[in-house]
Design a protein around this ligand. Structure first.
Ligand code: GLP
Length: 265
């Protein structure tokens, strides 16, 4: 696990956008695993900004989102599908047919999840973007989720409902169940980029990075993957006990801001 500690959220978002766009440059038909939540918003905004200034092309990119609330229609402003449309998809040139989402209204969630899982297997994820829940969840894999878990319907943790109520007008409106890809599905991605910002993530980040991996902190299972980059700001890393060198070398392949060629330091 490689940790990049940034001064603040803005720097985190820029570094994350660099890694995302590097992946696109290296493989224009990349498959991205995407995340919702407030943390990746800055990265999406940065990518959109650079898309407008340069000639990035997302038309061959495929995406698979991590999760969706169960019982919410796509056009519900609280759905993750809606969130992604507004905050990312609509603003770059993705093709609709290349966007994949778990259907929160599926009448047979087991079949929905099995089909999604099979589609990911046919289109292996090159770069999986993740946030982290304050309880250590990734996607909606709540504490107790197993290492080899696959896509499934899950009951949301009390803590998650509380935390995510910031996006709803009241706690009572937050769905209590969700569809999520599993930990095993996440670990099948070739590369993983996890973003964490703010003090309320500090304990989860410590569990993920420094504690023995266990279902108590699902993000700790990422220790089992051999290509994980964590970009976290100072607040989110404030509980780490070991010293981590600021590792900026992950950006050694960077975009030349004036065109899309790649520059190596
Ligand atoms: C939700 C999502 C997660 C996300 C988490 C953190 O529960 N299912 O994928 O990582 O929220 O959200 P935030 O970035 O808003 O703290």
């Amino acid at each position: 696990m490689n940790i990049i500690i940034t001064k603040n959220y803005q720097e985190l978002s820029k570094k994350a956008a660099n890694i995302f766009l590097n992946q696109l440059a290296l493989k224009p038909d990349s498959v991205f695993g995407l995340a919702t939540g407030s943390t990746p918003l800055g990265m999406y905004a940065e990518i959109i900004k650079r898309f407008k200034n340069h000639t990035y092309d997302f038309s061959r990119v495929k995406t698979f989102n991590l999760d969706e609330y169960y019982g919410l229609k796509k056009n519900n402003p609280q759905s993750y599908y809606y969130f992604m449309q507004e905050n990312f998809f609509k603003q770059v040139n993705f093709k609709d047919k290349n966007i994949n989402f778990l259907n929160g209204m599926a009448s047979n969630p087991q079949k929905e999840c099995a089909d999604y899982e099979a589609k990911i297997k046919r289109n292996p994820i090159d770069l999986q973007i993740l946030g982290i829940g304050a309880n250590g969840h990734i996607g909606f894999n709540e504490p107790g989720s197993k290492l080899n878990s696959k896509s499934r319907l899950i009951d949301l943790d009390k803590k998650t409902i509380e935390d995510n109520s910031k996006f709803f007008s009241s706690k009572g409106e937050v769905p209590t169940r969700a569809l999520t890809i599993g930990i095993g599905t996440i670990l099948s991605a070739k590369k993983i980029l996890l973003l964490a910002s703010g003090k309320n993530k500090a304990e989860a980040v410590r569990g993920m990075v420094e504690k023995q991996s266990s279902a108590k902190c699902p993000a700790s299972f990422l220790q089992k993957h051999n290509d994980v980059i964590v970009i976290a700001d100072q607040e989110a890393t404030s509980m780490l006990k070991k010293k981590y060198k600021s590792q900026n070398n992950f950006e050694d392949i960077i975009y030349n801001e004036n065109n899309i060629s790649i520059k190596r330091h």
